[in-house]
Design a protein around this ligand. Structure first.
Ligand SMILES: C[S@@+](CC[C@H](N)C(=O)[O-])C[C@H]1O[C@@H](n2cnc3c(N)ncnc32)[C@H](O)[C@@H]1O
Length: 339
C-alpha cells in the first residue's frame, strides 16, 4: 500500500527519521511506499522508545500504527489510485459498492506543479451523479486527493482519518480569540477527540494572556488560570475564570479541590514542565486529561521529547504526541492521569 503523507517541511528530516525514506512530491507532501517489514527495520531506536511510551498496547504495529504514532507526520491517507489524468473508472469501482446513504466529502490539495487545478468540482459532481450526497462538514467517507505531477487519491471513512481537515490543516476563523495560541488548544481538542462535556474543573498552567483559558471557559468549564503574568481583561471578566498570579510551582502547594483537566503551555524546557505537572498528582482526579506543549530548542529534538515523555510516563498514560499544524517549535502531548 502507498500513502500520501503531509508534514511541516521544516521537520522533513525528523519525518524521515521516524518512518524511513519517502519521495517528496511537493512542499510538505510525500509519497510513502513501504511495507510493514521495511518500516520496522528502518526504525531507529529513539522513535522505538517514543512508541514504547505511547499507550499502544499492540505487540506488532502495522504501517498505519506507525504513521499514527509518528510525531511529525501531520496527516496521511492511503492511495487507491495513482494516475496521470483523472481515472473515473477506478473512482466508480471504489464507490459502486458503497451505501448511497453515506455522506461524502472531497478534499483536494493542489501542489504548485499540479497538472490540473480544477478537479474538485468535476469529481464532486461525478460523485453526486452516482447518487451520493456531498457533505463537507460532517461526512461519513472522505475522498482525499493530492494533485501534483500525478493525481493520487484514496477513500477512507472519516473516523479512520485523524483530522477533519484536508491535509490535517485546520484553519480557525479569526473572531474573539485572545491569542494565536488558542488555536493550538482547539486543534488538540479536535485532533485527540476530547469530549469536554465531562470536564468541570481545569488548571491552566502558563495561562497568560489567556487563550487556552478562554477556550475552556467558553465551554462552561471552571478554570484556575495560573501565571505570574497578566491575563487579558476579557478573560479575567469571565465568571468561571480565577487568576492565580503566581508560578505553577507555588500553585501546586495550595490546598485545592480535585481537577479533571490540566492544560500546560508554560514556556520552559519540556522535562522541567513535565516534572511540575507530575508533582500536582494530589490535585488531579483519576483519568484527568492532560494537554501540554513540549517547547523545543533547535538541537536534539528527539532527546528533548523523550526526556519530557519519560517524566510524564511516571504518572500519566501518554495517549499521543504530535507536531500539530498550529505548533511551531513545540509538540503537543495528550495524556491521562493514571492514579
Ligand atoms: C506561550 S505563553 C502561554 C500562552 C497561553 N497558553 C495562551 O493561550 O494565551 C507561556 C506562558 O508561560 C508562563 N510561564 C513560564 N513559566 C511559568 C511558571 N513557572 N509558572 C506559570 N507560568 C509560567 C509565562 O509567563 C507565559 O505567559
Amino acid at each position: 500500500m502507498k500513502y500520501i503523507i503531509y508534514y511541516d517541511s521544516a521537520y522533513h528530516n525528523l519525518v524521515e527519521y521516524e518512518i524511513g525514506k519517502f519521495d517528496v512530491l511537493g512542499d510538505g507532501v510525500g509519497l510513502l511506499n513501504q511495507n510493514e517489514k521495511e518500516i520496522i527495520q528502518d526504525n531507529n531506536l529513539l522513535f522505538q522508545k517514543v512508541i514504547s511510551l505511547l499507550n499502544i498496547r499492540k505487540k506488532r504495529l502495522d504501517i498505519v500504527d506507525y504513521l499514527n504514532a509518528s510525531i511529525f507526520v501531520r496527516f496521511f491517507h492511503k492511495i487507491d489510485c495513482e494516475c496521470v489524468q483523472m481515472n473515473f473508472d477506478v473512482l466508480n469501482k471504489l464507490f459502486i459498492k458503497l451505501d448511497k446513504k453515506l455522506k461524502v466529502a472531497v478534499r483536494t490539495v493542489y501542489g504548485i506543479n499540479a497538472i490540473d487545478k480544477n478537479l474538485t468540482q468535476e469529481i464532486a459532481s461525478y460523485i453526486e451523479g452516482m447518487g451520493f450526497k456531498l457533505d463537507v462538514k460532517s461526512p461519513d467517507i472522505v475522498l482525499s486527493i493530492y494533485v501534483g505531477d500525478k493525481i493520487y487519491y484514496g477513500l477512507d471513512s472519516q473516523k479512520n482519518l485523524q483530522s477533519n481537515y484536508r491535509a490535517g490543516a485546520p484553519h480557525y476563523s479569526k473572531g474573539d480569540e485572545i491569542s494565536r495560541a488558542e488555536f493550538k488548544l482547539l486543534e488538540a481538542l479536535e485532533r485527540y477527540r476530547i469530549d469536554l462535556s465531562s470536564i468541570h474543573h481545569a488548571i491552566d498552567m502558563g495561562a497568560s494572556p489567556g487563550g487556552w483559558t478562554h477556550a475552556l471557559a467558553k465551554c462552561g468549564i471552571e478554570v484556575s488560570a495560573v501565571d505570574p503574568a497578566e491575563l487579558d481583561a476579557k478573560v479575567l471578566e469571565m465568571p468561571n475564570v480565577k487568576h492565580y498570579k503566581m508560578s505553577s510551582q507555588e500553585f501546586i502547594k495550595l490546598p485545592m479541590p480535585k481537577f479533571d483537566m490540566i492544560i500546560n503551555d508554560m514556556k520552559m524546557f519540556g522535562d522541567k514542565s513535565a516534572h511540575i505537572v507530575c508533582n500536582c498528582g494530589n490535585l488531579l482526579q483519576k483519568n484527568a486529561v492532560l494537554i501540554m506543549t513540549i517547547k523545543l530548542a533547535e538541537k536534539n529534538i528527539y532527546e528533548q521529547i523523550l526526556r519530557a515523555l519519560t517524566v510524564l510516563n511516571t504518572q500519566f498514560d501518554i495517549m499521543s504526541v504530535k507536531k500539530l499544524f498550529h505548533n511551531r517549535q513545540e509538540v503537543t502531548v495528550y495524556a491521562k492521569y493514571r492514579y
